[in-house]
Design a protein around this ligand. Structure first.
Ligand code: PEP
Ligand code: MN
Length: 341
């Protein structure tokens, strides 16, 4: 895949002429108008660069060796910053997202939110619509959950994150929450990805448990090509032959995603292990491998959680974990700096 770069002042008429000229030499897939300094046309062509430059009038050609372009470092090498309204600065500290698997009721969610903020969380999570494996399992409290999350933000100041499973849910959620989560089961829900690409809220895209790293990045590409540049990638464990743990945290995914993409990478040790006793170890491992942050299930009373209690840590355990994670993050950062000197 290649990107043909044109100056930002190219007129609509000129661009239309370029696109007509390009048609016979390859498939033109998208025009990215998001960049401030150029108009970029994504194209699939084998023609050599000199010829392509001459016939199109482009000022530069960028090659991506991967089947995705906008999610690649070839396109953007500088790490994407998603500041969450000033709550996080990528590279300065790990992003710690904590909260229950499900929003159960208003009192529960507000109580946990205040506690996780005290314990050092930067953002709060909670599922309102739950994509459960069984249709008989608790499906979440729905839209009311988004409303309670908006109240969490108002009371605690924490940005709030919740899952959406359809374009319609994404539209509703975007009125209440700060980050829209795509769950593992929906990583390849194309209409959802396209809809999220047209919204202006950051997206937290979880890796499907049978999806390759390349497939995760291609899913991110759907969001990016629709105009939304703010995507977090999240490794949440893949399915292997191992049955001791719920899934297997793919530690390889962390440095691989970091190398291939400029998008921030988060780890979810809760769903990856399914067991609260392992959450701290896998959190530290993810950070040591270079992850930008973590999403962890936390509850003031994990044993009474309606969903995913076995993998949910107590607020006290979460507070200890956050302190250790920050230490490992700082250590890894200083070692990397020393290597660069
Ligand atoms: C969740 O975050 O609660 C969740 C359902 O995760 P996943 O989509 O990774 O299973
Ligand atoms: Mn969960």
């Amino acid at each position: 895949m290649i990107i043909l770069r044109f100056p930002k002042n190219i007129t609509k008429k000129e661009l239309t002429r370029v696109l007509i000229r390009l048609k016979p030499v390859g498939e033109v897939h998208a025009i990215n108008r998001e960049r401030q300094d150029s108009v970029d046309v994504i194209c699939d062509s084998d023609m050599d660069d000199d010829k392509l430059l001459k016939m199109s009038g482009a000022i530069a050609i960028i090659h991506s060796q991967e089947p995705y372009v906008l999610a690649s470092r070839a396109y953007q090498n500088i790490g994407m910053d998603i500041s969450l309204d000033g709550h996080w600065q990528r590279g300065a500290a790990p992003l710690i997202i904590g909260g229950p698997c499900s929003v159960e009721d208003r009192v529960q969610v507000l109580e946990i939110a205040h506690a996780v903020r005290e314990a050092g969380a930067d953002a709060f999570r909670g599922g309102a619509f739950k994509p459960r494996t069984s249709p008989y399992a608790f499906q979440g409290i729905g839209k009311k959950g988004y409303e309670y999350l908006a109240e969490v933000r108002a009371q605690t100041g924490l940005p709030v994150i919740s899952e959406v499973m359809s374009a319609e849910q994404a539209r509703i959620a975007s009125e209440y929450v700060d980050v829209l989560q795509v769950g593992a089961r929906n990583m390849q829900n194309v209409p959802l990805l396209n809809a999220l690409g047209k919204l202006s809220k950051p997206v937290l895209l979880k890796r499907g448990f049978s999806a390759t790293i390349e497939e995760l990045l291609l899913s991110a590409e759907y969001i990016l090509r629709n105009g939304n540049r703010q995507v977090f990638l999240c490794e949440r464990g893949i399915r292997t032959f191992e049955t001791e743990t719920r899934f297997t945290f793919d530690i390889n995914a962390v440095p691989t995603l970091m190398e291939k993409s400029h998008l921030p990478v988060l780890g979810d040790p809760s769903h990856a292990t399914g067991k609260r006793n392992y959450v701290e170890s896998i959190s530290l491992a993810a950070i040591a491998a270079g992850a930008d942050g973590l999403m962890i299930e936390v509850d003031t009373d994990p044993d009474s959680a309606i969903s995913d209690g076995a993998q949910t840590v107590s607020v006290e355990a979460f507070a200890r974990l956050v302190k250790k994670v920050k230490k490992v993050y700082a250590l890894v950062k200083s070692m990397r700096r020393a290597d660069d000197l």
